[in-house]
Design a protein around this ligand. Structure first.
Ligand SMILES: NC(=O)c1ccc[n+]([C@@H]2O[C@H](COP(=O)([O-])OP(=O)(O)OC[C@H]3O[C@@H](n4cnc5c(N)ncnc54)[C@H](OP(=O)(O)O)[C@@H]3O)[C@@H](O)[C@H]2O)c1
Length: 399
């Protein structure tokens, strides 16, 4: 029975809050805090409509300010802080956890606001500090990163002696009916997809132009999808943590319509992150674009279709080649019926909730800073099956 502080009241935070309220035996009460308290209140009201006796409070916090988070933690006295705000707040919230001696979990690695560059180096630099303080930080516990890392750890533990190649494939066949919108925070999403592609092979990073490499992938339950090679943060930790790895790549599906809009916006400078002068004030074009685009949280009631995210893994077992495809299919409309949010938020929020559960139940408990594949995948894989993200695995050829 634990009290938890959840920071960030967007789509992902909403799903985490709903799921916690479904497991009061673990998450006995929840404080949901964010920059805009009315967004927390809205989620609280949605939850209380479904479960009137659940103990949930809301609060206002600017998580860019470590001392505001410290004061909130001191008042709330949680066992764990779950960060579903933006990557920009990772370090300030980690600092607050260090000061107060509370465990930490997030779903996306730190990114400096003025540089579109996400790397674990900033958060890995906290390893000794968390270890010495006797507290745990769990990084990247969404779907990708998160479940995709755990699929790899499961494959390493239960299927392979050595993993040689991994292809992480994230397909979304959802349709929200808008000409252009992003499924999660537009600023973070567009920074990610306009960056150069990068994959890891034989100990080296290979860089490509954005969206330069693509192919068709026949995704179960979705059909043929055009997928594009991108850089994604889990590659950085997995290339260090998988035994015998020779190559790891990440692919994401995009429609031609999405890419055409993005190309035009990029060509006219709307995806830039350098401030420009506009009528006497400085504005960041991408932040202005975010203000124009539909709020991802508003896509929930309109989105139909499914996501399919998984890993194709090849390696050897008992000296024989072996290939495994492991994936989850999530339905946007079912996710919305359960949590008032579409599948992109659902597939991120459910793993964050399960990771928090692992930590609170002591199944994942060690001082230091960890990526999820460093922990025992078995109890997490079991929970995925019963908490809304069942996985399917197919062995293509075996020993
Ligand atoms: N691992 C994965 O699979 C995965 C997939 C998708 C997303 N993610 C990550 O999940 C996180 C949440 O995504 P989302 O789609 O829910 O984003 P979102 O809808 O934009 O929500 C972000 C929330 O954080 C709040 N916030 C922003 N700055 C804050 C601050 N300084 N102090 C307090 N609260 C602040 C926002 O408040 P306001 O409303 O006031 O702006 C909003 O409530 C992001 O870090 C994203 O990168 C991970």
């Amino acid at each position: 029975m634990s009290k938890v502080l959840l920071i960030g009241a967007g789509g992902v935070g909403g799903v985490v809050a709903h799921k916690c309220s479904q497991a009061p035996e673990v998450f006995s009460s929840l404080v949901l805090a964010s920059r805009t308290q009315s967004k927390c209140d809205r989620i609280r009201d949605q939850i209380l409509k479904r479960r009137p006796s659940y103990k949930i409070e809301t609060a206002q916090v600017d998580a860019d300010k470590t001392q505001e988070v410290v004061q909130l933690i001191k008042r709330v006295q949680p066992k764990l802080v779950i960060n579903t705000a933006l990557p920009y707040q990772d370090l300030t919230i980690m600092d607050a956890c260090l000061e107060t001696g509370v465990d930490y979990l997030d779903t996306a690695n730190y990114e400096p606001p003025d540089e579109a560059k996400f790397e674990y180096k900033w958060q890995w630099a906290y390893r000794n500090k968390f270890k010495e303080r006797g507290i745990m930080a769990l990084l990247g516990c969404g779907f990708d990163p998160g479940v995709t890392n755990i699929f790899c750890a499961h494959a390493q533990k239960n299927h392979f002696d050595e993993i040689h190649t991994v292809d992480i494939i994230d397909c979304n066949a959802g349709n929200h009916g808008y000409p252009f919108a992003t499924n999660f925070n537009p600023e973070i999403n567009i920074r990610e997809v306009t960056a150069k592609g990068k994959y890891w092979e034989n100990g080296q990073w290979v860089e490509t132009e954005p969206m330069a490499i693509h192919k068709v992938f026949d995704a179960p339950e979705l059909g043929p999808m055009e997928i594009y090679l991108m850089y994604h943060e889990e590659l950085e930790s997995l290339c260090q943590n998988l035994k015998g790895l020779q190559r790891i790549r990440f692919w994401m599906s995009f429609s031609e319509n999405y890419l055409t809009h993005l190309r035009v916006l990029g060509n006219v400078g709307m995806t830039g992150i350098e401030p420009i002068d506009f009528q006497g004030q400085k504005i960041v074009p991408l932040q202005f674009l975010k203000a124009l685009l539909p709020d991802p949280a508003s896509l929930g009631p309109r989105t139909k279709g499914k996501t399919n995210i998984g890993c194709v893994i090849e390696g050897v077992k008992n000296g024989q080649p072996k290939k495994l495809y492991i994936y989850n299919v999530c339905d946007h409309e079912e996710a919305f019926r359960e949590t008032d949010n579409q599948a992109i938020s659902y597939t991120t929020g459910v793993p964050a909730f399960i990771g928090a559960m692992m930590m609170l139940q002591g199944k994942w408990k060690a001082p230091g800073v960890f990526n999820v594949e460093e922990l025992n995948p078995d109890p997490f894989m079991d929970e995925l099956l019963v908490r809304g993200l069942p996985w399917i695995e197919t062995v293509y050829y075996d020993t």
